[in-house]
Ligand binder design. Sequence first.
Ligand SMILES: [Mg+2]
Length: 343
Amino acid sequence: MNKSKIAGGLWGLLVGDALGVPYEFNPPFRLPEFSNIEMRPPANFSRSHRGVAPGTYSDDGAQALCLLDSLFENNCLKVEDFASRLVRWRTTGYLAVDGVVFDVGTHTDMVLHAIAEGVPPLQAGMRDLSSKGNGSLMRVLPLTLWAHQRLTDLDLVGLACLQSQVTHGAITCQLCCALYCLWARYILHGVPDAWTVAKVNLADILDSPELLAELDDLFHELDHAPSGSSYVVDCLRSARYAVETSSSYEETVRKGILLGYDTDTTACVAGGIAGILYGVEGIPQRWIDAMQGPFPTTSPQGDGKLPKDMPSTTGSSFPFPTTSPQGDGKFFALILTRFAPPR
Ligand SMILES: [Mg+2]
């Protein structure tokens, strides 16, 4: 398994999210030109999330880290544990840059509030099946990165759907998460035409006529023109458009952002795939250098940046105290050793 591609998937989604943050909500005609899409937008551009430092990932990245955190900690997907980490992110800023939560989707906010009040996660996420936002798609990629060779396609599909159900129970959301995970997995494994193979194999895995009818509808919708919105199907086809019309990580995420509107999530979903495709070396160093880490600038870890000098082993040599405001430190030892840019 290519470690660079796995690291590229995680960094690719975080960098894509951060790159898209200042451009969010804008229609395409208001955006800077292609070559000016950077972490710090041109001076004459009115950026979104003005109080947020360039290089800050948003809810997408934080929730993806919550999923990865939970997977490492439990060595499986435990819904209650994953949901509790999402609630912890929402209420205390866990795994958010500087502990500051922003850009929270209204549906996700409502569901996490219900979970915090004691509603079981799967009940909370299944309450409103009309919500078809991209909130579960944007965070699901760590499942593929973590699972790589330890799960069958069937298991991966099942877990992708299950993680969606915590906040987004609509079948469309679940199927998009499953298709995205298979697409990412086949790219990770070097399968030619990974998108088509993912579609075919997902159809093989689903065994009920009702689900196959839903999948058929989804496939038709995925062929429509992309428009960068937060609708889960549009988000996936926007990401696919960006990936399939580009030949580098940089081109992929910029093209995703230039669709406008939900720019951070489009670039996050496309960036995760592009990070796998081109490896972590394919992500511009200036963007990785610009990334803000989840550590408060006042913490013992230092300046708030994602550390570039990675420890070679986990355990006692890990430099971050387990008493840090962000949690147990153990998770970051794993992140840094398994997902470190190799340079
Ligand atoms: Mg966001």
